[in-house]
Design a binder for this molecule. Structure first.
Ligand code: IDP
Ligand code: MG
Length: 148
């Protein structure tokens, strides 16, 4: 992924999420966005995008070399996703808790991945894993005209 964007004043207060292709195709985007808002996360940028394989490779470049990388980028470019920037105090950590474990079978009952995930790959949503990655991921999807 490209270097950090200049815009960083919301560092610590934002996270980045995607409704993954399988969840969007199943018609869960509305329910998932509602659940995100119910959790106290404010949607401050939002779009529907169909990533090319090259774009998915770039987004997930941190996972290059992992056994699931090829499957992951094929899946993430298989259909449209909903991308959003979310604002909340302690956004990254709180959202990771709110979506649950990577494997939906291990995610706490009531979490988004528990409710809407199918398996380890098709786990309904993405959530940034650090403040630095949240800023980087938000900058990958949204220009300065598309976000506060
Ligand atoms: P995370 O999304 O909970 O942060 P990561 O380890 O960063 O989990 O992995 C990124 C994504 O790659 C996961 O959300 C999942 O969709 C996919 N993934 C991770 N591990 C596996 C696996 O063992 N098999 C298939 N897909 C995987
Ligand atoms: Mg991750």
């Amino acid at each position: 992924m490209p270097p950090l964007p200049i815009f960083m004043s919301m560092n610590g207060k934002i996270t980045f999420t995607m409704v993954k292709p399988s969840a969007h195709a199943s018609g869960y985007s509305g329910k998932i966005l509602a659940k995100i808002e119910e959790g106290g996360f404010k949607i401050i940028a939002l779009k529907l995008v169909h990533l090319t394989k090259e774009q998915a490779c770039m987004f997930y470049d941190v996972h290059i070399g992992r056994p699931f990388y090829e499957e992951l980028v094929n899946f993430m470019s298989s259909g449209p996703i909903i991308a959003a920037i979310l604002q909340k105090e302690n956004a990254v950590e709180d959202f990771r808790k709110y979506i649950g474990a990577t494997d939906p079978a291990k995610a706490e009952p009531g979490t988004i991945r528990n409710l809407y995930g199918k398996n380890m790959g098709e786990n309904a949503v993405h959530g940034s894993d650090s403040d630095e990655n949240a800023v980087r991921e938000a900058g990958f999807f949204f220009s300065s005209l598309e976000r506060p």
